[in-house]
Design a binder for this molecule. Sequence first.
Ligand code: BJW
Ligand code: ZN
Length: 322
Amino acid sequence: MASTAARPSVVPEKDLESFQAHLSKSTRIIALLGAGVSASSGLPTFRGAGGLWRTHAAQQLATPEAFARDPGLVWQFYNYRRHMALNVKPNPAHYALAELARKKEGFITLSQNVDGLSPRAGHPASSLKLLHGSLFDVKCSDFFCKYTEVDNYTDPIVPALAIPTTSDGDEIDPTTNSARQARDLDISDENVDLPELDLAHLPHCPTCKTGLLRPGVVWFGEALPVNVMDDIEEWIEKSKTIDLIMVIGTSARVYPAAAYVDQAREKGARVAVINMDKNDIPASGVYKRDWFFEGDAAKIVPELFKSVIGDITEIPDAADRG
Ligand code: BJW
Ligand code: ZN
């Protein structure tokens, strides 16, 4: 049970009051989520300090060109991300959003995150739209082959991609219990050697046999999933007005995701930005009637929603339920 009851407010009282008054009467609400929502679970964001994987900017590995050039490197990056995501837990922001979805029928969450933490927090699937796919979907990279696989949690996805671990006695204190457990080496650090990789040992398509499998995420230059875009368009069209859009833990620099802020504004929405960095505001800025809540989404989101959802309760996540 995670309770915010005894803690002092993490947001200014006046802003909290005006936000909660608006939230309580809002019936059409959007949340646009980005990597900052999962930061306090321990996952790095894309841009800024945590966005470098070895010597590569994360966005540079998230392209079809990078995969064509060096599929082994790109798979090492994504296998590592899958492993990391499976080894962290959803945080109070994921749980609070999931609970708001149960309490407010007209609430839709558009997540740019591919880490699976919102589904694991029990976010109702019908109101959660994954704009950029999932690390745990896999598909054939051959344009003509339609093979796709959802909910593939095999870690490592193939044995050749296993994260190297400290070998016996290496860098570990033999007087503690932890000495008996091998520890993952941090292959995001360029000083840690990547294991040699033979292309034949990368994941291959079981249908066409020749195509390499690739992560089921949306890379730069690729279209977002048609069914997801259609669902969102229908939701927006159905809304005579939109009351509120919350822009949570995203730099809101990537399109078409960032454009939902403008679409919501066009239908009258007030904007609430929740971000650690006060410079990370949507391109249209923050208007007089909007809110900017500066700080950790994992602390702020549960507090903002408290008037509707009460104190949040963590449910055992899908990974723990097995
Ligand atoms: C915290 C915090 C804490 C930290 N609490 N906050 C219009 C204009 C200009 C360009 C374009 C345009 N339309 C399309 C484009 C091109 C391109 C694009 O947007 N480029 C921009 C960079 C300019 N878009 C595309 O290519 C898209 N495709 C497309 O448009 O296709 C058209 C098409 C149609 C038909 C046929 C073919 C094509 C696809 C975009 C796909 C993005 N994919 C990625 C990778 C996904 C896979 C993976 O995970 O590896 O998605 S890139 C990366 O960016 C990832 C993220 O979801 C996305 C957004 O990043 P996010 O989440 O905002 O992360 P950060 O790091 O930027 O921000 C984190 C924030 O959290 C920061 O603000 C922190 O301060 C904050 N923070 N800790 C609260 N504790
Ligand atoms: Zn195939």
